[in-house]
Structures are given as structure tokens and as C-alpha cells.
Write a protein that binds this ligand. Structure first.
Ligand code: 3PY
Ligand code: MG
Length: 264
């Protein structure tokens, strides 16, 4: 197994574009993946997606170049194992606050001796047999989200966690964490926090990622030294596309709508 997104992040030569799935629809998931995104993240934390939905979404995405990441609901080894056994090629773990928590997430992604993942890869074993076991530890991506005050305070130690592949900023929770209004991404405190996280990644030699609420936010992050960003979600693409068409048909074109509005 070769993880396309992980290769991009490690080599850092090109921006890595992601699409975010909040909806449990197989057709729209496949459609997005076929558009050429480097990775697609199935969001079990805030998306309207169950584990049974995930079992259908993973095959719908396979056969495209998109690396399948799963945002789990919490830093839970059992759930991380199930997401990977179902065919996820990496996890995004929310609300990581300490280096110990980051190490727990990494251990859940790696087979012994590097970690404690229990052996039972269902989908990848079907596709690759035991070959999967030889490559899984190096090809499964483990990403920790920095989005709390405590996580930010410990970001250097978290980034230095052996085996961790990247940090991913949850901008809205990060705003809450540092005590500013959610969405005030121009606030100097937010910019300072983002810089701190980016620097911690650079020092540790891991990838910096940003949840982008729209293409403009993602582009700014990627031009500012981030390696990966989600440029929007299925729900947001649907809402924005529908809004533009509906407004255009009524002659109400909103110049702001063309740039895309933040949203889940
Ligand atoms: C955040 O903005 O906090 C996120 O986790 C994005 O879903
Ligand atoms: Mg969050």
C-alpha cells in the first residue's frame, strides 16, 4: 500500500488538496474523489456519517487517487483501529492536548513493535493479503488536531512525537481555545497561534495542515507554508453551488458568494 497524500506531505514539494465529507452519500463522495483531490476525509466527529456509512464510503472512494483519511470522534484506540481496518489510510484525531495523547494516537495506528494496533485489517487484507502488514506502519497517516488552549501550549512536544505525520488545525475550536470569537481568523491572536503551530511542524519535520472552510482560506494557508488543507466540504459545496445558481437565476448574484462563504 502506498499512501499518496503521505508521500506528498513527506516530500513537501506540492500542496496537498483535500475534500471533506460530512454527508453519508456514496455518489457525491465518489464524485468528489474523482475530481482529483489528493485526499478525502470522512468525518465521523461532526459529519452526519456513521460507522456503517463508512463501510460503504471507503469502497466508493477506492479506485481514485485520493487517500482516504478518517476523522475519528475522539482519541480512542478501538475506534482508530476500526477506521483503519475498514480501509482508512490514515486518521485525523481531534482535540489532542499533550504529547502523551499524541503518542497514544500514534500507537493505535502502528502494529508492534512500533505501536499497539491489534491485527485484523479487513479491507486491506482483502485487497493485499499479508503484504499490507509489511507496509502499514510506514504508510498509515496519523495526524493530530491542534485546536485547544492546552494543545497549543504543548504544540512543540506534540509535534515532536515519534511517528506522528502531521498536525491539523481546527480553526473554529482553536478560536474557542484562545478565547476569541469563532471565525475571527484575522485576529492577531489567531494568526500568532497558527504561526506557532506551523513553526512546531517545521521544527519537527512533519506536515502542517489546516481545515479550510473555503478555497480562499485554504489557498492562503497553502501559500503560507502549510502542506495540506481541505478546501471545503460536500455540504458546503452543495450549499454554495445551489446558492449561486438560485441567486443567478433570480438576478440576485451576490459578489461575495462567488468567492465562497465559510461553512461546514
Ligand atoms: C474546527 O474548526 O475546530 C474543526 O475541527 C473543523 O471541523
Ligand atoms: Mg474542531
Amino acid at each position: 500500500m502506498k499512501n499518496h497524500a503521505l508521500t506528498q506531505w513527506r516530500e513537501r514539494k506540492e500542496p496537498s488538496y483535500g475534500a471533506w465529507l460530512n454527508l453519508p452519500d456514496l455518489y457525491s463522495a465518489e464524485m468528489l474523489a474523482r475530481m482529483g483531490f489528493d485526499w478525502v476525509c470522512i468525518d465521523l466527529q461532526h459529519g452526519l456519517i456513521s460507522y456503517s456509512d463508512l463501510l460503504g464510503l471507503v469502497p466508493a472512494l477506492s479506485g481514485t487517487k485520493a487517500t482516504v483519511l478518517v476523522r475519528v470522534t475522539s482519541n480512542d484506540a478501538g475506534q482508530i483501529g476500526r477506521a483503519l481496518d475498514a480501509g482508512g489510510h490514515g486518521v485525523i484525531v481531534p482535540m489532542v492536548n499533550t504529547a502523551e495523547e499524541a503518542a497514544q494516537a500514534v500507537a493505535a495506528c502502528r502494529y508492534p513493535p512500533q505501536g499497539t494496533r491489534s491485527c485484523g485489517p479487513m479491507r486491506d487484507a482483502m485487497l493485499e493479503g499479508f503484504e499490507y502488514l509489511a507496509t502499514a506502519n510506514s504508510q498509515i497517516a496519523c495526524v493530530a488536531m491542534i485546536e485547544t488552549r492546552e494543545g497549543l501550549a504543548n504544540v512543540k512536544a506534540i509535534a515532536a512525537t515519534p511517528g506522528l505525520d502531521g498536525l491539523f488545525i481546527g480553526p473554529m475550536d482553536l478560536c474557542y481555545g484562545i478565547g476569541i470569537t469563532p471565525g475571527s481568523f484575522g485576529d492577531p491572536a489567531f494568526i500568532e497561534a497558527v504561526d506557532q503551530i506551523k513553526q512546531a511542524c517545521a521544527d519537527a519535520g512533519i506536515a502542517a495542515g489546516m481545515f479550510g472552510y473555503n478555497a480562499a482560506l485554504s489557498r492562503a494557508a497553502l501559500e503560507d507554508g502549510f502542506q495540506f488543507s481541505s478546501i471545503g466540504s460536500d455540504a458546503n459545496f452543495l450549499r454554495e453551488g445551489a446558492k449561486q445558481a438560485f441567486d443567478a437565476a433570480r438576478g440576485l448574484d451576490d459578489p461575495k458568494a462567488a468567492k465562497g462563504q465559510p461553512g461546514y
